[in-house]
Design a protein around this ligand. Structure first.
Ligand code: FES
Length: 106
């Protein structure tokens, strides 16, 4: 298990335990993290699992694949550090990962 931090748009922060091999979206849903809707269940087909990766973690998380980048076009207020959390697979190197959830999804 690793710990990841979800910060809400209002600044409220929460650390949750996450299983290596799970996606960041699955971790958010399992822990009822507000602001992650994940309507498509992780199929990279809805963009309602949008998060902003903390700048310090961008290199470790990596860039979106083309399919994810296309789907991100449907998210609101996309920024250079936007990612779809269902496409971020957790690995030991991401222990301590910090992401912020957007004001609204979709
Ligand atoms: S859960 Fe639908 S794109 Fe991530």
């Amino acid at each position: 298990m690793i710990t990841v931090t979800f910060v809400e748009a209002n600044g409220k922060s929460r650390d949750v335990e996450a299983a290596v091999g799970a996606t960041l979206m699955e971790t958010a849903i399992k822990n009822s993290v507000p602001g992650i809707d994940a309507e498509c269940g992780g199929a990279c087909a809805c963009a309602t699992c949008h998060v902003y990766v903390d700048p310090a973690w961008m290199a470790a998380v990596g860039k979106p694949q083309p399919m994810e980048a296309d789907m991100l076009d449907f998210a609101s207020e996309v920024k250079p550090n936007s990612r779809l959390s269902c496409q971020i697979k957790l690995k030991p190197e991401l222990a301590g990962l910090k992401v912020t959830t957007p004001v609204k999804q979709g």
